[in-house]
Ligand binder design. Structure first.
Ligand SMILES: Cc1cc2nc3c(=O)[nH]c(=O)nc-3n(C[C@H](O)[C@H](O)[C@H](O)COP(=O)(O)OP(=O)(O)OC[C@H]3O[C@@H](n4cnc5c(N)ncnc54)[C@H](O)[C@@H]3O)c2cc1C
Length: 412
């Protein structure tokens, strides 16, 4: 049986492993973390293509996978609903999907503590060298190692993440901790607040232990705020003065930074949302674009966030990783023994699709990026609340149109 080395054990790597196995490969996942990635991650958007791919690998997307929302609203600073539209989406959680995928994989094929440092290849095989001194050999290597991919860095060092000019503050509060007067007003809703130059959305998600039962869910907040590059350096510097260029781990964010964002929440947000945010432990994630100019290098392919990172506005990171994995597996199956033909087919379809997804997500963030570019540009990028809600309500349709336009339905 052909062997595939999958670098990265998050959603992209797990999806690739499952689909390659279904296509007859022996896929083994190598993750740099020493421990399972449990307990990290927050809310995660889903779209029908992700559901279809999960079903293909035997994972049912039932009511335990997420919380359904049926309305999207926009709240003003006083907490009044100023716009409202229907919207059918299931909001899941990163760890819910991670566990469903991990539990379905044989444990000996998910190797922790394996940090890739170097790839070597020839016309017969590819070898991965790890930081612990071990080496693994296979016929194919899939780089599913995320936004700062070591695999991409080796082949395309110039393809670096580009900072979009804003960060996403993220927070989840246990349903039981949502104040009883706030809960009926907000909990079941997908809600926007639009402070000047900013954007916040909140929605219910599976709670701790991935529970979707009433009373045990969580409320997830994503708050996009413009931050120029020098202010970002300050926010990414911990109390000991150390700067974390690749993103500061949440526990190291300085108290004064947290205090400042909570004070801003009180001043700028609808009170229902502010009440939730103030009780949570927020952390932030700088927003970047990544567009790799190539996805295949001999026996090596990039998938998921290693190839393209679409901003979180379209909630499609996991969906895109699932489509990448499905196209890769189907291309391998269709090409029989001709690995290079399969990879060429994968790249020719997933390069334009990745660019489409990044472009769609960037469109949604134009307004936020414009805020640090001076008054003229930020005024030119004005928002229309009804259009914003409509775009969110029809997001899955937009993605379905792109998938169909690139002929990808045949792979799902
Ligand atoms: C812990 C975690 C929590 C997340 N939470 C959310 C969330 O709540 N909501 C959301 O929308 N998205 C979340 N994401 C991002 C989301 O998983 C991705 O946007 C998307 O699903 C595509 O995933 P990916 O597997 O391609 O990349 P990623 O999810 O970024 O995974 C890359 C994986 O590769 C591993 N890795 C990196 N370098 C190496 C190396 N040299 N050797 C071996 N392994 C390596 C990383 O440790 C990581 O596990 C999270 C990612 C992680 C890792």
């Amino acid at each position: 049986m052909h062997r595939a080395l999958i670098i990265g054990g998050s959603l992209g790597g797990l999806l690739a492993a499952h689909l390659l196995r279904a296509a007859g490969w022996h896929a083994v996942v190598f993750e740099r973390n020493e421990e399972e990635l449990t307990g990290r991650g927050v809310g995660l958007g889903t779209h029908p293509q992700l559901v279809a791919v999960l079903r293909r690998v035997g994972i049912a997307f039932d009511e335990t996978m997420g919380v359904r929302v049926s309305r999207v609203v926009c709240l003003d600073r006083g907490g009044k609903v100023i716009a409202e539209q229907p919207m059918a989406r299931t909001m899941s959680a990163w760890s819910r999907l991670y566990h469903a995928l991990l539990d379905a994989l044989p444990s000996q094929d998910y190797r922790l503590g394996k940090r890739l440092i170097q790839i070597e290849q020839n016309d017969k095989a590819v070898t991965a060298a790890f930081a612990d001194g071990s080496r693994e050999r296979g016929e194919l290597l899939v780089g599913a190692d995320g936004i700062r991919s070591t695999v991409r860095e080796q082949f395309l060092p110039q393809a670096q993440p580009v900072y979009a000019g804003y960060v996403a503050w993220r927070a989840v509060l246990d349903e039981q901790r949502v104040p009883p007067d706030v809960h009926p007003q907000i909990f079941e809703l997908y809600a926007f607040c639009l402070p000047e130059g900013e954007q916040l959305l909140g929605y219910p998600v599976p709670g701790r232990d991935n529970d979707t039962a009433i009373g045990r869910r969580g409320y997830n907040i994503v708050w996009y705020r413009p931050v120029d590059s020098s202010a970002l350096v300050d926010m990414c510097t911990d109390a000991s003065g150390r700067y974390h260029a690749g993103g500061i781990p949440p526990p190291l964010i300085r108290n004064e930074v947290i205090k400042r964002v909570k004070a801003d929440a009180t001043a700028l947000l609808a009170p229902q949302i502010a009440e939730i945010f103030l009780r949570a432990e927020p952390f932030f994630q700088p927003i970047y674009d990544v567009e790799s100019p190539a996805l295949v290098f001999g026996r090596v392919a990039l998938a998921g966030d290693a190839g393209f990172v679409a901003r979180p506005h379209i909630g499609a990171g996991a969906t895109k990783a699932a489509i990448d994995a499905a196209v890769l597996a189907q291309s391998l199956r269709a090409a029989g023994e001709d690995l290079h033909a399969a990879l060429a087919r994968f790249e020719s379809s997933q390069l334009p699709f990745g660019r489409d997804m990044v472009a769609l997500s960037r469109e949604q963030g134009v307004y936020l990026s414009a805020q640090i570019k001076g008054r003229d540009q930020s005024q030119a990028a004005q928002r229309d609340v009804e259009m914003l809600l409509h775009a969110h309500g029809t997001r899955s349709d937009q993605i379905a149109t792109m998938v169909a336009a690139r002929g990808l339905n045949a792979y799902l």
